[in-house]
Design a protein around this ligand. Sequence first.
Ligand code: PLP
Length: 457
Amino acid sequence: MQFPAEPFRIKVVERIKKTTREERDRLIREAGFNVFNLPAESIYVDLLTDSGTSAMSDYQWAGIMLGDESYAGSKNYYHFEAAVKRIFGFKNIIPTHQGRSAENLLFSVALKEGDIVPNNIHFDTTRANVMHKHGVPVDLAIDEAMDPEIGHPFKGNMDPAKLERLFQEVGAERIPLVMLTVTNNSAGGQPVSMENVRAVSAIARKYQRPLFIDACRFAENCYFIKEREAGYARKSVFEIACELFSHADGCTMSAKKDGLVNIGGFIAMNDDAWAEKAANLLIVVEGFPTYGGLAGRDLEAIARGLEEVLDEDYLAFRIGQIRYLGEMLHKAGVPFVRPVGGHAVFLNAKAFLPHIPRQQYPGQALVVALYREAGIRAVEIGGLMFGEKDAAGGEKFPELELVRLAVPRRVYTSMHMSYVADSIIDIHKKRDTIRGLRLIHEAPLLRHFTARMEEIS
Ligand SMILES: *Cc1c(COP(=O)(O)O)cnc(C)c1O
C-alpha cells in the first residue's frame, strides 16, 4: 500500500506533553478508569473522537479574521449558505451550534409520541434525541454490519427489505421520516453505497416520507463511493456528493466532522413548513437564523472547510492514513473491524481480551491499558456505552464490544499513527495481564460519559 504522506506542511505547532507510566497510572485511577475524566494535557495521542478536533487551515484562519459579527444578516452567513447549497442543494439552511441541536430541531418538528424513526444505525446523540421526543429509533442495517470479520465494500448500508417490512408492519402514519447515516459511524465508519441511497430513497418516496441524511461524514462516504462503486471512478467527489443529496429531502450535519471546524452544524431541508417551525424553535433555543448559536467567524470557517473537505488529495490522505494504521495492526494479528472505515479503526475487544467476561467491560479495560501504557486516549463502544439493565438486575450487552481509535483530521502525522500501532501491538503481546473493571457509579442516560469504575484484582 502507498504510504499516506501528508498533503500539507506545518506552519504552527502545538506542544504535546509526554508523561510517565507512573503519572498515567495515578491519573487513570483518579479518573475512575474513565478517560472522559482525564485532563487532555496528560494525553499524548488523543483518539477519543474525530469530532471538533480538526486542525483548521491557514485559509480557514484567514476567514476567521473576516468575521462579520452583525446580529442579523452577517456576510459570513451568506457565504455559509452558498457553500452548503452548492454541495447539499437543499432549499432551507439553518445553522446550529453542532449536530445534536440540528437533530433536536428535526425531531421536535417531525415527531409525535410513539413515532418510529428508521435509520441504518442511529448515532448515539441521534438515538437520544429521538427518544427525548418520545419517538422510537429503529436500526435497519444490513446483517453484515454486525459481523466484525465480514468484508463488504458498503457495510454501512441499510437493508431496504427491512425498511419495506417496517412500513408494511407499522404503517407510514407512524413513520414521519427515514434517516440514513453516512458514513455509518456506529457500524465502524462504514460507507453507504449510492445504490443503497437510491433504494432507500425510493421506498421513502413510495410511502411519501422525506429522507434525511445524517451527513456528518459525507465527504469520506463519497470518497469510498468513488473508490469502490461501479460507475463513479471518474466522477469528482463533489459531483458524487451532489448526486447523493439529490436523492434526499434534507440533512442534519455536524460540521465538527467533515466541516473541518471545531464547532458548528446545520439542518437543511426542502420542506418550507418544517423549516419554518425549525427556525422558530431555533430562535428560542439557539439564536437568530442567520447565526444559529455560532459567531459570524465560525460560519466563515465552515464555508471554507466545506470547500477544503472535498479536495481529493486531502481525502486520499485522510482515508489512507486510517487504512495505514489498520494495515500495521493487521500484519501483527491485532483483531479489529474489517474493512477499515473512514474515520477510525475499531479494535475488537472481545477477540483482543477473550479472558475478560462482558460483565467486566473488556472494551473499557483495553481503553485503560492504551492510556496507561502509551498515553493514547480511545473510547469504548460496547457494554459500557450501550449496556442496559434488565428487570432482574442483570445487564443486556450489545452484540459488539469495540474500542474506537478515531483520528482527528489533519492533526496527527502518519508517524503518530506508527507510534499508535507499535503501542497497540506491544499491549496485544501482553494482553493476558489486562484486568476487567467493575462499575461503581453510573448516570441514567449516556452513562459512559460520567461512569466511574474500579479495577478487579
Ligand atoms: C457527531 C455525530 C452526530 C452529532 O453531532 P455533534 O456535533 O457531536 O452534536 C450525529 N451523527 C453522527 C453520525 C455523528 O458522527
